[in-house]
Design a binder for this molecule. Structure first.
Ligand code: ADP
Length: 284
């Protein structure tokens, strides 16, 4: 399964991609996570990306594309992948198309997570993640559980909740603006390729996960239909062509022939009997 999750910041792409990856065993590839890791490690790529990320803008396409190309070449991505936060503009979407064509691994589906803008802001302002395992919580809508479940799987201690530096009000507004301008056009891009599914991404996490699973089941059915289609098409096409065209041509040629023949024969017959009758009269 090779899929892209599309949606505004705060639409839940990361959370749903994580759940889907756990269930299906295929990797979640989040350019936001990869970039944050590069920033945290202080790599040259991270240093270049940081300013754009802090301001809520997009990181340079060449940089992100290089990073994605490397990540998709890793062995775990051969079984499929869930792209989260990539592509984010038309240049990246076209480059992804090219890259996947090279690899002979086209996308199976693109799912757009739809959320009301007011809800997006509420979600982002309550968002916190564990500094150690990266798990995302929301202090307003899905706080970390208490008791044993509250323990971080990495440290064995309670989750250490931090707020992302770009989850502040001014940066969020810019990220939403950039989404509308650069990323929203991808909806039409993927719609025109027949890959787009749109799901309502408000309500409980489980309900959204279920809608996502349903949306992904639809392309699986379409794929199965496509797999059978060439055989059926090969069988049907000549038959259809024959069914539609040949009779039209044939009837056009044959009908006059069929009509004319009896008329001519009847005329000949009548003329012959006239001649016979005239000859008989003459003999009399
Ligand atoms: P969100 O979807 O909540 O905005 P992400 O974690 O996906 O968060 O991205 C955080 C930031 O990382 C973005 O605001 C942007 O600066 C950068 N980023 C992530 N993915 C891309 C990408 N595909 N192209 C350019 N910049 C990206």
């Amino acid at each position: 399964m090779r899929i892209v999750l599309l949606g505004a910041p705060g639409s839940g792409k990361g959370t749903q991609a994580h759940r889907l990856a756990e269930r299906s065993g295929i990797p979640q590839i989040s350019t936001g996570d990869l970039l944050r890791a590069a920033v945290a490690r202080g790599t040259p790529l991270g240093l270049q990306a940081k300013a754009a990320m802090d301001s809520g803008g997009l990181v340079d396409d060449a940089l992100v594309l290089g990073m994605i190309r490397e990540r998709l070449a890793e062995p775990d991505a051969r079984a499929g992948f869930i792209l989260d936060g990539f592509p984010r503009n038309l240049v990246q979407a076209a480059a992804l198309d090219g890259l996947l064509a090279e690899l002979g691994q086209p996308l199976d589906a693109v799912v757009q997570l739809e959320v009301d803008p007011a809800e997006l802001v509420r979600r982002i302002s309550g968002r916190r993640s564990c500094a150690d395992c990266g798990r995302v919580f929301n202090v307003l809508t899905s706080p970390p559980p208490s008791g044993a479940a509250a323990v971080c799987p990495k440290t064995g201690a309670p989750h250490r909740l931090i707020q992302r530096p770009d989850d502040n009000e001014a940066t969020v507004a810019e990220r939403l603006r950039v989404y509308e301008e650069k990323t929203r056009p991808l909806i039409a891009f993927y719609q025109s390729r027949g890959l787009l599914r749109v799901i309502e991404a408000e309500g409980g996490l489980d309900a959204v996960t279920q809608r996502l699973a349903q949306a992904l089941a639809a392309p699986a059915a379409a794929r199965a239909a496509r797999r059978n289609a060439p055989k059926r098409a090969a069988r049907r096409k000549p038959a259809r062509t024959a069914g539609r065209r040949r009779p039209a041509v044939r009837t056009a040629k044959r009908r006059p022939a069929r009509k004319k023949a009896p008329v001519r024969a009847a005329r000949k017959k009548r003329a012959a009997s006239l001649r016979t009758r005239k000859a008989a009269r003459r003999r009399r």
